[in-house]
Design a protein around this ligand. Structure first.
Ligand SMILES: NC(=O)c1ccc[n+]([C@@H]2O[C@H](COP(=O)([O-])OP(=O)(O)OC[C@H]3O[C@@H](n4cnc5c(N)ncnc54)[C@H](O)[C@@H]3O)[C@@H](O)[C@H]2O)c1
Length: 170
């Protein structure tokens, strides 16, 4: 946009996604929240927080319908934004293995939407994943990659946590 403000989409409107979206909007960025839960989408569009966090309701009321919009339509969200933050859940089982099925489904939908864009799109993984997951699923030479968009794109991950002794179920 040239003035430092970005068009941002946030995938997943739980605790991490909604708080991030509200803070991005309050910093002046235009935000589109994406969630498969229609009830959460409606709540955000009404300025009602789907989770509790101090100060969140105030920010949503201030920005809903202006700097924050919510949808279940990936294409609609991605086509008008420059960067997507993935904030879907990555639950772990009793053994500590991370279940990647939710982030894989969200990444597939995101990749399909990005493939319909003509310009570059940045994807940032905010969901908790173990090292190698991002590379494995974003490497275009990897048969398992979810990012077969057919054009140049990149994503970066900044999850600094360490899960000692645990491994993801890939
Ligand atoms: N990087 C960080 O700073 C940080 C901090 C805390 C947690 N996390 C991680 O962030 C992730 C999200 O945590 P949370 O507590 O917000 O999760 P959550 O379960 O509260 O919210 C996830 C949301 O994603 C939605 N969702 C599920 N599948 C979807 C899909 N295919 N497309 C779009 N939306 C979909 C759900 O409906 C839900 O609203 C977890 O992996 C968590 O470990 C990251």
């Amino acid at each position: 946009m040239g003035d430092g403000r970005l068009n941002v989409s946030v995938v997943g409107s739980g605790y991490v996604g909604t708080v991030s979206a509200a803070c991005f909007a309050d910093l002046g960025h235009n935000v589109v929240c994406i969630d498969i839960d229609a009830q959460k989408v409606d709540m955000i569009n009404r300025g009602e927080p789907p989770i509790y966090e101090e100060g969140l309701e105030e920010l949503l009321k201030k920005h809903a319908g202006k700097k924050i919009k919510a949808t279940s339509n990936y294409h609609e969200a991605v086509i008008g934004t420059d960067v997507s933050f993935i904030c879907v859940g990555t639950p772990s089982d009793a053994q500590g293995n991370i279940d990647l099925s939710i982030i894989k489904a969200a990444s597939k939908s995101l990749g399909e939407a990005i493939s319909l864009k003509n310009n570059y799109h940045v994807v940032v993984v905010k969901s908790t994943v173990v090292p190698e997951t991002t590379r494995k699923y974003s490497d275009p030479h990897n048969r398992k990659s979810l990012w077969q968009t057919g054009r140049r794109r990149f994503w970066c991950s900044y999850e600094p946590r360490v899960f000692k002794g645990r491994k993801s179920r890939l």
